[in-house]
Design a protein around this ligand. Structure first.
Ligand code: GLN
Length: 474
């Protein structure tokens, strides 16, 4: 993997230029094309910004200006984030021709900090999935073992970092989509707390859960990107004001909650062993491990798959080929309005259709209270579980996923099996809390394993400080 700090060191030290660094990275992207990490590579645009970055560096006397912490750094963007002039496909046939007329706030902030955007990465269609296999552009392969999935939905962003194509990338996380692929690929991923990073320009999946966040080779690289993208944005009414970063020394004296429910049946023994070794290191560094219980988290998957599909069915209703989305030839010659809609909406893949159908059902009259209303009440109970836990502990630690990356196609026949992978990541989304995935010692099979750290609202700095002491980079 390549890191942001190593690029700055070699360019500032005169061993390379941003332009030559970019060419090298474009070479890695081309030679790793079979990984299928990218949907579009924007090489010419990237070359132009790398040249500009070299000029800016020369003008600032060879030093990285404080206002440009990402100067010249190649960055990849998940293809559900708008970037003016680029295709934003959401890995769907529905948007395969769509060119963004505007730029997402998070992407705009990256560019303002000097980043060189190299392209848009593969994902599960409309971010619905946990493996990276539900993409109209084909699955992303895991660079750690190419017969396995990269994890989803931010599959391409994780694989691009793990394969050394870029040091950092943006992803989005609705139920685990930053943390799960980060853990499967052996990189770092941060899901900020709800409202910390603007979602303006993120194609909405489930608006009460979606968050944009950074992925990268190291905790310190992820932190640098997070500092750039966080903060209030008047264009996103759910975004909240940025606070000054809080200094944390690391694990000494911290109380770390170990929830029994996250270490129960179904956890792969090799994952458990890697996570327990990381917890032992936390203890050696002076943390106190406190057994806790989150009694309602076992409802999380059921609760999420009602709320997320309900919101998705509403958010995706705009893609019907009238104003938004592609119009098929068959729709053009349709003889009724119903046929017109059916033809256009047949462009969605199977998983997206399944979610829209489920979502429409749980919101339909007569069922709304029994499903959606009920799920919202359960969500409140899960939130309360976390707030009472955080009155006793500073952090909560768990595995990111019950097992390491699985074989491509292994769970394709069973959507339920696929949904169960989100068991440990979904609770933080339901409660709106920040959560970090850090690579720890690999599984006995050699596959990467991620440790998840969750904090109370506003605890991103604490997560990063502790994560830094635990990460094991490949
Ligand atoms: N795997 C989960 C889902 O399919 C989460 C996806 C996400 O976080 N975007 O809904």
């Amino acid at each position: 993997m390549i890191t942001l700090s190593s690029i700055h060191e070699s360019v500032v030290g005169g061993a390379a230029s941003f332009e030559s660094t970019l060419e090298k990275q474009l070479g890695t992207i081309t030679s790793g094309a079979r990984i299928n990490a990218f949907i579009s590579v924007t090489a010419d645009r990237a070359r132009e910004s790398a040249r500009r970055a070299d000029l800016e560096l020369a003008q600032s006397g060879g030093r990285i200006p404080a206002s440009k912490p990402l100067l010249g750094i190649p960055v990849a963007i998940k293809d559900n984030l708008q970037w003016a002039g680029s295709r934003t496909t959401c890995a769907s046939k529905m948007l395969q021709e769509y060119v963004s007329p505007f730029t997402a706030t998070a992407v705009m902030r990256l560019e303002a900090a000097g980043a060189v955007i190299v392209g848009k990465t593969n994902l599960d269609e409309f971010a619905m999935g946990g493996s990276g296999e539900h993409s109209a552009f084909g699955p992303t392969l895991n660079p750690a073992d190419e017969s396995r999935v990269a994890g989803g939905s931010s599959s391409g962003s994780a694989a691009a970092v793990a394969a050394g194509m870029v040091p950092v990338a943006l992803g989005s996380d609705t139920g685990g989509s930053i943390r799960l692929p980060a853990s499967f690929c052996g990189i770092v991923g941060l899901k900020p707390g709800y409202g910390r990073v603007s979602r303006f320009g993120l194609v909405a999946f489930a608006s009460s859960l979606d968050q944009v966040g950074p992925m990268g080779a190291t905790v310190s690289d992820v932190e640098k990107v997070y500092r750039v993208i966080e903060g209030h944005d008047p264009l996103d009414s759910t975004s909240i004001a940025v606070r000054a970063p809080i200094e944390h020394k690391g694990p000494a004296g911290l109380r770390v909650g170990i929830p029994a429910e996250f270490f129960a049946e179904g956890l792969d023994p090799g994952v458990r062993a890697s996570v327990e070794r990381a917890l032992a290191r936390l203890k050696e560094q002076g943390a106190v491990l406190v057994p806790i219980s989150l009694p309602n988290v076992h409802h999380s998957v059921a609760c999420y798959y009602v709320i997320a599909v309900a919101e998705a069915s509403s958010n995706l209703s705009r893609f019907d080929g009238v104003r938004f989305g592609s119009r098929t030839d068959a729709a053009r010659s349709a003889s009724s309005l119903e046929e017109f809609y059916c033809e256009n909406r047949s462009l969605f893949g199977r998983e997206v259709k399944r979610r829209i159908l489920l979502g429409t059902f749980v919101l339909s009259s007569g069922y709304h209270d029994a499903y959606y209303g009920r799920a919202c009440q359960v969500r409140e109970l899960i939130r309360q579980d976390f707030s009472s836990a955080f009155s006793k502990v500073d952090l909560i630690a768990s595995p990111v996923a019950p097992a390491p990356a699985f074989k491509i196609g292994e769970h394709s026949q069973s959507p339920l099996q696929m949904y169960l992978n989100d068991l440990y990541t979904i609770p933080a989304n339901l409660a709106g809390l920040p959560a970090l995935s850090v690579p720890v010692e690999p599984h006995s099979s050699g596959l990467p394993v991620g440790l998840q750290l969750m904090a109370a609202s506003g605890g991103e700095d604490l997560l990063l400080a502790v994560g830094r002491t635990l990460e094991v980079t490949r």
